[in-house]
Design a protein around this ligand. Structure first.
Ligand code: SF4
Length: 73
């Protein structure tokens, strides 16, 4: 379980296959034709927002657990 960051994908983001190779710290992976979040890696997120720009608006939410702030594309 992550301490600082929790990343939430909705179904519109799960079909964006490019996410799996785009994250610089490998938080996403392809599983059975869908993109999933590797939960054990969430705290590595650098908040670069590349995933937010690549996915449909609002389909990824990055929760900063330490501040209640949420980033969303
Ligand atoms: S914001 Fe950047 S580091 Fe964080 S999950 Fe998205 S692509 Fe990866």
């Amino acid at each position: 379980m992550s301490l600082f960051i929790r990343i939430e994908l909705n179904p519109a983001a799960e079909v964006v296959a490019s996410l799996a190779g785009l994250c610089p710290v490998n938080i996403f992976a392809a599983r059975d034709g869908r993109v999933v979040v590797l939960e054990e890696r969430q705290d590595e997120c650098t908040l670069c927002e590349l995933c937010l720009k690549a996915a449909p608006p609002g389909s990824i939410r990055i929760h900063k657990l330490y501040s209640d702030e949420v980033l969303s594309g």
